[in-house]
Design a protein around this ligand. Sequence first.
Ligand SMILES: [Zn+2]
Length: 680
Amino acid sequence: MKSRHIFCAVLAMAMSAGAASAAPYRPYTDVETALANAESQYPALCKRVNLGISVQGRTLWALCISNNVNVQSDEPEVCLISTMHGDEPVGTENLLNLITLLTTQYNIDSRVTNIVNSVELWIVPVMNPDGYMAATRENSNGIDLNRNFPDPFTSPNNTTAGREMETAAIMNWRFGHHFSLGANFHTGALVVNYPFDGNPNGQSVFTPSPDEDMFVALSEQYSQHNGPMWASPTFFHGITNGAEWYTITGGMQDWAYLYMGCNEVTIELNNVKTPPANQLPQLWLDNRDSLLTYVEQSLTGVRGLVTDQVTSAPLNATVSVVGRAHNVFTDPAVGDYHRMVTPGTYTLRFDAAGKESRQIPDVAVNTGAATRLDVSLSGPARVTSPNGGESLIAGQPTTVAWSGHPAAQFQVQYTLDANSQSTVNEGFESGFLDPAFTTGGASNWFLVNIPTHTGTRSARAGIISHGQTSWMKRTFAGPGTASFWYRVSSESGHDYFNFYVDGSQVIHQAGTVAFTSYSTPLLASGSHELKWEYVKDGANSVGADTVWVDDLQIVTDNATWADVGPLTSIGATSLAWTPASATSAARVRVRAFYDGTLYGAYDWSDSSFPVVAVPTGGDMNCDGSFNAADVGPFIVALTDPSGYGTTYPGCPILHGDMDANGLVDGADVEGFVDLLYGTP
Ligand SMILES: [Zn+2]
């Protein structure tokens, strides 16, 4: 049990004092034999996995039960772990009985068959075999394994370093899986204990998780099928919030929930830790339906596959319910996720590296089988045409085409001044700090002659002492690019140059740094803030004890963008567009709009292109009139287009594009002749 109740403490002392006589119900070797027999008798249903060894060298075993036990499939993974406290062995017997039930009744009992066919169930009958054999709570190093896991409240360090061998073995095994549901079994009380066990202030008070409603419902699914537990005089309906009972740190349950996305509870099976063996059959009957019901809960809520829209490959994705600060993760081998929630209507969010996020509203969840929601994700939409290299004609309809997610709508925009930019070059050469900068802290930035990157001046941090800061800021309008050079001479590891873009630190350096360039694109429109800062810690000054900044360049993109049309229909891949006027640099861009909620990113991978004026009917020598003198240059345009540009520089070859298809070719001859001599 996890309790520190006086009653329990007395009992534990009694157990400890009588440890020599408190033998387990069967030796651990018999537990191992039972698992080996299950695997050999039911090789299609059972697979034994060696998780590692205990301090005294006993093997930790897990048994996987599933109809496709050797294949990763779209099934929730569930883990049931018993006897991490060695002197609490009832769960071991129950889990061995569960293995027998699931194997012998498969294809006989429909409920058993459904569980084996629908769930990948993993069972660890004994997590602490040394303690089990010695009838001690702790492992053979005297460590309580249920205080030995990473604790998100007190030591958020999700690694196995420095942990007990049994804890590390369980952690490494669980790192390789994506368990949706778990339970760990104890004795010493009769209750289902659900997260959180931990409390941020270490207090034993009600400490709900973001899934409090789900955990209450889940816990009651177990307790309501266990008569004595449901009728508990101590715990209403036989369940409790862990920290409300009493808080602990380093428990497996909170670790599983917060770090692994696994809904896990701690189930106390009997008030007496090691009841007489003749009570075991009744304790199995009390818990049999509870166990089956509990495992079946992994099939509720929302489930589905998250795949790559282009390749259909499974994705390593994070799945969350908007408004609940708790993530679950797909199994990257298959892409399946299983998010347990109580019945209701939810917005689900899907995120994966390199893919655009989706946020799908109005997902209805009912009691019983999980709602299925398969989702595909893709990278940003891409303009495929025009994306550079084309020459469009003003006033002539063309088509903007793109690739993107077929479930998205698209916002398509154009600009006719793609290369319009304004540039600020600030070399600090004017001799004073431009009022566009603000500076402050313990001392203001100022200009110096040495060192500089170029020219005769640079800006440097104000002269400050220990524990002080000097900063300089400047804002500019995006989208655009900012770049500058910086140099540092300070106490390594202590006195830092920091640079922030819109409040986010992007440079953090100390020690000796020669002039170094930095550049950042700022794609969002609107104001951006650049902030340079020198911060000294509590002691010591090394080198020049400052930082310098020089040759700041800010390029603002002044292109004005307008919609080609309204937001497209779902899955559209092209849109008609007529560029209104000629320009040397037009550009189009596209972004996806998903599920009525989220915009993706604009595609910036394409290039600008020219839009040329409407061809002026056949004036091939640009002398302002159309006559027989244009015949010669028209023939040059047809036969030697590059030679035309040399002979008639600045005269658009498209003056010969009589059918206005953007090309001067044989199809224009008839129009040219008709215009010159009149249509016959
Ligand atoms: Zn326990």
